[in-house]
Design a protein around this ligand. Structure first.
Ligand code: SAM
Length: 261
């Protein structure tokens, strides 16, 4: 409890996100990162390796992007910043909430690393907005990555809508629409990486798909499936019923459009 209060005090958070509980959530995550360092080490290493593989693919393309736009990077736990600095001139860490490590990286690399405090869903300040219309554009000239963010994106907005009396069916639709809008916002982006939780795992039971239909949708829009791994999210040392997440990286590196004749 005290650890979380200290972590909370060290975060800076977009007010609209804080009102929905994202600062509390980020503080809890920061504490869990410390407590479960050993259990999560493999997951973090896989995430960093997948990000780097995708970034190297982009950097090796004929017109390599000079900028990285990394969403969900506010705690900077799973981003291989040193290696990415060798590949990009500018790195934008994008989140609603930033911890001391991200702020130190920004200070340590002036003009090259920026903490961009942005709601990538566009709806946090006004949940009556249509997620498809609200989603902000990503910079088309950048390598864009979404890091373990997609399944988190709708959680607190959907809780708030339920608390305000929306029906479960409407809230479910709204959450899906937020996730689709996030993936669709990659539409014009040539070089991208998505790291997603695609299923919930429990020992002795079948995996529960979190994003049904998404793999087909990604394949049909030029994404390639990359590494898969298991994240022991709530390991046995923490809970009587351990559960985890089946993770998957997706890459996209599209050729530049041919110049108009
Ligand atoms: C589960 S964490 C991702 C894991 C994280 N990369 C790490 O280092 O542990 C989700 C991240 O997405 C951020 N986030 C959630 N909703 C967001 C939104 N609408 N816009 C921008 N960032 C958001 C959270 O603040 C959090 O840092």
């Amino acid at each position: 409890m005290i650890e979380e209060a200290i972590a909370w005090a060290r975060l800076d958070c977009l007010p609209a996100a804080q009102r929905l509980g994202l600062r509390r959530e980020a503080a809890a995550l920061a504490v869990r990162h410390r407590r479960l360092r050993t259990h999560w080490a493999g997951h973090l290493a896989h995430t960093r390796a997948a990000l780097l593989a995708s970034a190297r693919l982009a950097a090796a393309s004929p017109e390599p992007p000079q900028r990285a736009w990394i969403m969900g990077a506010g705690l900077l736990q799973d981003v291989p910043l040193t290696e990415l600095l060798d590949l990009f001139r500018q790195i934008d860490l994008v989140d609603v909430c930033f911890g001391p490590a991200a702020r130190a990286a920004e200070r340590g690399h002036p003009g090259r690393v920026h903490c961009v405090r942005l709601d990538v869903s566009g709806v946090l300040a006004d949940l009556s907005r249509d997620p498809q219309a609200a989603v902000p554009a990503m910079p088309a000239d950048a390598w864009c990555a979404s890091v373990n963010l997609l399944s988190q994106l709708p959680l607190l907005p959907c809780s708030a809508l339920l608390a305000r009396g929306s029906s479960e069916a409407a809230v479910e639709r709204y959450g899906r629409s937020m996730q689709h809008a996030h993936v669709d916002a990659f539409g014009p982006i040539r070089h991208g990486c998505l790291i997603i939780e695609h299923a919930l795992t429990r020992a002795g039971s079948t995996d529960e798909w979190l994003l049904p239909g998404l793999p087909d949708r990604l394949v049909s829009t030029g994404w390639t499936a990359g590494a898969r791994w298991h994240w022991p999210l709530n390991p046995a040392c923490e809970t009587a019923e351990p559960e985890g997440r089946a993770m998957q990286a997706w890459f996209r590196s599209l050729a530049a459009p041919a110049p108009a004749p």
